[in-house]
Design a protein. Structure first.
Ligand code: SF4
Ligand code: SF4
Length: 140
């Protein structure tokens, strides 16, 4: 490249709008079809497990909490999720959707990537069980 043309490029770029954005200070709305964090509606879930079966990343667990009342909780492994949306397509009950608002999902601690959804008391119990399992203090 000749010095002359290089100087010309530099000079032109001084007067052009920047092609990049000053994220996170300069933000745009996410596109409507963006696939962000998975959300689950326990009221709609029938426990059919199609989402679990069809997930290529084994990122979803649907846990039976109360068989008689057909109550479930979900454990979502965000760090495994490929954001392919297959589970949303597979769910005939319309219980799953991917948020277009929640897509900045990085975290410094791995624990943030295991997300429980469902009734508050059920989730608390499942978290306690998981912690006991991790520390080897669960009931034998
Ligand atoms: S979006 Fe894809 S990878 Fe993520 S939980 Fe659903 S099926 Fe699994
Ligand atoms: S596919 Fe839908 S209804 Fe079936 S277990 Fe998954 S979330 Fe529940």
């Amino acid at each position: 490249m000749k010095i002359g043309s290089m100087v010309g490029d530099v000079f032109r770029s001084l007067f052009q709008r920047s092609a990049t954005r000053q994220y996170p200070f300069d933000r745009k709305d996410a596109p409507d079809r963006l696939r962000g964090k998975l959300h689950w509606d326990p009221e709609k879930c029938t426990g059919c497990l199609l989402c679990v079966k069809d997930c290529p990343a084994q990122a979803i667990e649907i846990i039976m909490v109360d068989k008689a009342n057909k109550r479930f909780a979900m454990r979502y492994h965000l760090d495994r999720c490929a954001f392919c949306s297959q589970c949303v397509v597979s769910c005939r009950a319309g219980a799953l959707e991917m948020s277009k608002e929640e897509w900045e999902l990085a975290a410094a601690h791995k624990g943030k990537f295991m997300i429980y959804s469902g009734d508050e008391a059920d989730v608390k119990r499942l978290v306690e069980l998981a912690q006991a399992h991790a520390t080897g203090t669960e009931d034998k």
